[in-house]
Design a protein around this ligand. Structure first.
Ligand SMILES: [Cu+2]
Length: 94
């Protein structure tokens, strides 16, 4: 019985993470626009946004993020639609 409960807990954890609002995405910085608070990223498919791999412009949630990366950096990031704009919520250089 105890084993069953552990298995159930693990399955629930897996299901919860699979349906999380955002998931880390692998990408590369192509362009940084400090004046407009935007970043161009070449990204892998984004499941939560139903997007294939492409290069596109995102708004960043926090302008300070733009100072942590440079063009050419490989990054992991999270993105979602915020007030209708595709927005980078977190950004980390690899
Ligand atoms: Cu895209």
């Amino acid at each position: 019985m105890k084993k069953f409960i552990i298995v159930l807990a693990l399955s629930l954890a897996t299901i919860t993470s699979a349906f999380a609002a955002t998931a880390p995405i692998v990408g590369e910085v192509k362009k940084i626009n400090l004046a407009q608070n935007k970043i161009t990223l070449k990204h892998e498919p984004i499941i939560n946004l139903d997007m294939k791999a492409m290069t596109m412009v995102f708004t960043v949630a926090d302008p300070a993020m733009l100072a942590t990366v440079k063009v050419g950096d490989k990054v992991t990031f999270e993105a979602d639609r915020v007030k209708g704009k595709l927005t980078v919520l977190s950004l980390t250089a690899q």
